[in-house]
Design a protein around this ligand. Sequence first.
Ligand code: MN
Length: 425
Amino acid sequence: MPLTANDPTRKTWLDTKPNTDFPIQNIPFGVFLTRDDIITIGTRIGDYAIDLGALHQLGYFEGIELTDDIFLQDSLNDFIADGRKTWRLVRNRVSDIFLKDNPKLRDNEAHKKQILFTLDEIEMQLPVDVGDYTDFYASKEHATNVGSLFRDPKNALLPNWLHIPIGYHGRSSSIIPSGTPIHRPVGQTKPGEDGIPGFGPTKLLDFELEMAFITTDANVLGHRVPIEEAEDYIFGLVLFNDWSARDIQAWEYVPLGPFLGKNFASTISPWIVTLDALEPFRTEGPKQEPQPLPYLRQTGKKNFDIQLQVGIKPENGEETTLANSNFKYMYWSMAQQLAHHTVNGCNVRSGDMMGSGTISGPTKDSYGSMLELTWRGQNPVTLKDGTTRKFIQDGDTVIMRAHCERDGLRIGFGECSGKVLPALQ
Ligand code: MN
């Protein structure tokens, strides 16, 4: 099915800024509360939120097989479960409705009043009810940095890393939408000389600059998803801040891996940008040496060129950019992650979320965590207000952004932000 919505020459009758993350070629999906306190599924063009439930009720999706209430829900799970063909039909139709020369909605003031909202009239919600969340560890630079910091620079990558997309099962209940503040977590830390573990608010609160992909129902229990089909089951991507308490993590992680140092909160950007919208930004991934096992071998351009940025805004202060990275640095692609996740027959469902792992680039200004940027606090970073940071302080807001740009076309994700509040005792 053609991706007519991706045509870079398309223009909309809506008033949009030239550098918007959300041109008519994006058409992401999200869930929001309207000014009338009604929850609906919607999309966004420029700075307008578009109520897909209202569009559907007014007959704008005629000819597309959709249940009456598909957009009148508090999550995208059922729509995502309808599969790729439906996603494409709806995205192409939305694009058509807002095309410059299409008068149908453009010239209908009554309908526009029901369908269009400005951003200050809505409140973004979590876009999916996340059943299961898995976090990978797929950036070679990040794995090498962490291995050097915590173990041995000479053997930074463990022997399995180049053969397996390493991951762990995370916690979905604490995934929150951008703008939701978090409290500094409390927990146990490594004992001092007296042998008694420390206990209290984490002193080493960190972010992890990640992206996450959201799946549809991919396979029946016991059956695997072949690598060449894996992308068919990926609905889209969001920015993902996998908040981490490094001192809690360091004490608890042996032998079963991350637990309370990770599961207190993970923040996502609220608009899911579809894999279809990212199609023009495909790029080669890093060369994989040694060659992966056959079930992980992927041909073609398996990565996406998505520019990533992370910054800190102190309380009442100006934001300082700390790092610029790129999703293209991922060693293991999303398709490889999904093929690996299901190779044992583990079933993946609509609304499941898979985090990439911290995305660090090759240079020191492209590291995706404070742990790496300050080299575990050895080299503090200086913010614009003159204060320094080894890790995140109370009152700091961590802001992540992502966008793709090629030949004048820009597709973005908006912001993924979260403010850190003092610990609750
Ligand atoms: Mn992570």
